[in-house]
Design a protein around this ligand. Sequence first.
Ligand SMILES: *[C@@H]1O[C@H](CO)[C@@H](O)[C@H](O)[C@H]1NC(C)=O
Ligand SMILES: *[C@@H]1O[C@H](CO)[C@@H](O)[C@H](O)[C@H]1NC(C)=O
Ligand SMILES: *[C@@H]1O[C@H](CO)[C@@H](O)[C@H](O)[C@H]1NC(C)=O
Length: 406
Amino acid sequence: MKACVGWRRFLFCFPLIFILPHLFSVLELHQNQAVTDSPKEHTKKFDVQNSSGDDAPKKITRKFDHLVLGPAAGEGLPNRLQCRGVKALNKTHFSNPSHPSSVGDGIAFVTVFTIYNNSPDALADGKPSNLVTVGNASYSKPERSMAILNVFINFIQVRMPQSNVIILTDPESDFSLHQNRVTVLPIQGEYSRDKLMLQRIRSYITFLDIRLEKLSQEQGRITHFIFSDSDIAVIDDLGQIFEKYQDFLVALTFRNNKDQPLNSGFIAVRGTRDGILRARTFLQKVLEVYSSKYMKASRMLGDQLALFWVIKSDASFDAKRFSKAQAFIKEIGGASVLFLPCATYNWTPPEGAGQFHGMPLDVKVVHFKGSRKRLMLEAWNYFSSSADISDMLCLILKSGRTKYDF
Ligand SMILES: *[C@@H]1O[C@H](CO)[C@@H](O)[C@H](O)[C@H]1NC(C)=O
Ligand SMILES: *[C@@H]1O[C@H](CO)[C@@H](O)[C@H](O)[C@H]1NC(C)=O
Ligand SMILES: *[C@@H]1O[C@H](CO)[C@@H](O)[C@H](O)[C@H]1NC(C)=O
C-alpha cells in the first residue's frame, strides 16, 4: 500500500484497470432481491396512478417494474416546478453546460463503487427472471449497478462536460469502464457489504492523501472535489458553489430532520491545500466516531450519524439552523463548513418525505435513494430521447412516490 501512494505509482502498481461497482445500488439491490416480478410487456408509455391527494399515505403492496406516474407534489406553489403531464410549465434557468461558470478551477466527482464478483447475484446472471428492462435495454443484477454508475457518469458529462469522474474501488473488483474524463482508482481496503460505508470514508481519506502529495508536486490549476453517492443525477453546474461561497473548505447537505439532518451522499471539498487538509481531518474525525459509536447502526446509516455527531459536538453549533432551507457557513473544528439545503443540492424522491413540498426550480442534484434506482435509469432514458431537462424533472417529480423493483 505504502509503495503505491501517488497517482503515477498507483497506476503503475495496478497496470490493469480494475473496476468496481457501486455502493448504494449494490447494497440496495441486495435488500430488494425478494420483490422483483419478471418484466412484462407494456404497451402504454407510462402508467398513471390515481390518487386521492398528495399526501395520502398509500399502502404499497408491490414494487413496480415500469414507470408509474402520480400527481406532482408542490402544485400551485410559487418557486416549485409545475408540470402538465411530463411537460414542464416552468422553464428552469440552468446554466448552459457548454459555458461553465467556473472557468478557472476544475471539478472532479469522486465516488466509491465496487462489484461483488462471487455473489449469488452474479451467479444468477442471465436467468431471464432476473433481467430487468429499461427502455430497450435489459440488465442482469450485476449489470444494474453498472448501469446506475454509467448513468451517474452520463449526467455529469452532459451537465458538467468540463468535469472529471474518479471512481475509487476495491482492487479485487473486476469491472471496466473506458470513457474520457473517467478514472478508476483502486484503493486497498475492506469492501465487504457490511463494512462498505466505513471503507468509503477510508477510501476518501486515502484519496485526499494522494491528492495532497500530488498538490505538493505541482503548482497550478486547482481541482475541487465532490464526493458523492453514484445514485445521483447532476442537474446543474455545481462548480458554482465554489465561486458563490468563496470561504468554505468543506460543504455538506442538510435537511430538516431531527435525527439525521445530514446526508453523507454529497460532500464538497475545496481543492486547495488547506481545503484538502481540513477535509481530511474532518473525515478522520467522522471515521473515529463511526468506529467507536455507530458500528452497530445499520450499515447504511452509521456514517450519517457519525457526520452529525461531529457537527453537533461543536459547542457553537445550533441545529435549529437546519429548520430553514437556506445555505449557511459555520466554523466547525477549525474548518469553514458550508451547509447547503438538500431541497436544492440533494433533492430526493419522494421529495424528501414530503418536507420539500415539490421540486425547487433551481434543483441541482437529484438523489435516487432506496427503491428509486429504476427511476434514475428511466429518467436518463427519457432525457436522452427528449433532451429537455425540465421535462425530465417533471417525470421524476411525478414518479417519486413510486417504489421500484431495483
Ligand atoms: C382516475 O380518477 C378519475 C376521476 O376520479 C377517473 O375518472 C378515472 O377513471 C380514474 N382512473 C383510473 C385509472 O383509476
Ligand atoms: C411556473 O409556471 C406556472 C404555470 O405556468 C406559473 O403560474 C408560475 O408563475 C411559474 N413560476 C415561476 C416562478 O415562474
Ligand atoms: C435503443 O433505442 C434507441 C432509439 O429508440 C436506439 O438509438 C438505440 O440504439 C437502441 N439501443 C439498443 C441497445 O438497442
